[in-house]
Design a protein around this ligand. Structure first.
Ligand SMILES: [Zn+2]
Length: 327
């Protein structure tokens, strides 16, 4: 079914749906022109009853590896083979996607751009970003999940490996994080307004899966993310069994140390993602406008390389290298 002919819904009610695959458009909010932002919604309702899983992607508009992973998952899923229901929102932040921007980009000149993943569950009488989220939360998400996964990437200009944020106090979230087969997992209690945190506080175990960097396709990481989600669905007894494969042993940490640029200038990382570094190891070199060496940066702690700049232009305060470690 073409997107433009999919039924336009105002609210997703899973109980009234027949088993099978359903595609909808959800009117999230009106634009300043009076037309709707229409969010794509896929529902895979299994032939047998079981838990409900909600997977979101593109809450940050330029984090397209998550969107690509969600779309690929949607192409691969067979509703008949499921026990339970999977709701897939492969592109949450449409204004951000259009503008190639991480944030929600309002049309109102009086509003700044907004990081949607600090504003959940939105606000009915707030600004456009808060209203947009309030509509999505109440029309699509709330009450429709027993488990949830939110797909992201590192902010554009820097990259992550396959990496999971999980609140280790929640044993189900921790198990989900380990089933994903990621390179790194960070024990993180969450922050107010983050979708993962809101789900966890409501008793819906959720993790955030980071797939590479913003706007830059990473086919291998996307494939690993999709395989990992199939594995999570199998472990939750929602999806069919998946073949046993040898997974990387993830590095699990509960603290990060970020090396930030002290000066402006192009900077080149001296380490690779996932690499183990010792305290004091050289991690980045920055150059002045003539190309002469300006500053060498060293690891403040021992840990694993969790993130690197892949955009060489760095201003003072910009991320160069982030290390994940155990405190
Ligand atoms: Zn993100």
């Amino acid at each position: 079914m073409a997107f433009n002919t999919a039924p336009l819904i105002d609210r997703l009610d899973l109980t009234t749906l027949a088993s099978g695959r359903h595609a909808f458009r959800f009117g999230a909010l009106q634009m300043a022109t009076g037309q709707d932002w229409q969010i794509p919604v896929l529902v895979f309702k299994g032939a047998r009853p079981g838990p409900r899983v909600v997977i979101t992607a593109g809450t940050h508009g330029d984090e397209l590896n998550g969107v690509l992973a969600a779309q690929q998952l949607g192409r691969e899923l067979d509703a008949e083979a499921l026990s339970g229901t999977l709701v897939l929102l492969p592109g949450v932040n449409l204004p951000g996607m259009l503008e190639r921007h991480r944030d929600f980009v309002p049309s109102d000149p009086d509003c700044s751009t907004a990081n949607l993943n600090r504003l959940f569950p939105g606000k009915a009488d707030g600004d456009s970003a808060q209203r947009y989220l309030h509509r999505i939360w109440n029309g699509l998400l709330a009450g429709n999940a027993d488990y949830a996964l939110d797909l992201h990437t590192q902010t554009r200009g820097a990259s992550y490996p396959l990496f999971v944020f999980a609140d280790f106090r929640n044993p189900t979230a921790l198990a989900m994080a380990r089933w994903l087969g990621a390179d790194c997992i960070q024990d993180d209690p969450g922050d107010p307004g983050v979708l993962e945190t809101v789900w966890n506080q409501l008793g819906v175990p959720c993790v955030t899966l980071e797939v590479g960097s913003g706007s830059a396709m990473a086919p291998e990481l996307i494939q690993r993310a999709v395989s990992g989600i199939h594995r999570v669905l199998a472990q939750l007894k929602v999806g069919p069994a998946v073949p046993e494969v040898a997974l990387p042993v993830p590095f699990e940490g509960n603290a990060t140390a970020t090396v930030r640029a002290q000066y402006g200038g192009l900077a080149i990382p001296q380490v690779r993602l996932g690499e183990a570094v010792a305290e004091g190891d050289l991690v980045a070199v920055q150059y002045d406008p003539f190309g002469a060496e300006r500053q060498r940066y060293h690891a403040p702690v021992a840990g694993r390389v969790l993130s690197l700049n892949d955009d060489p232009l760095r201003e003072p305060g910009s991320l160069l290298v982030r290390l994940l470690y155990r405190r």
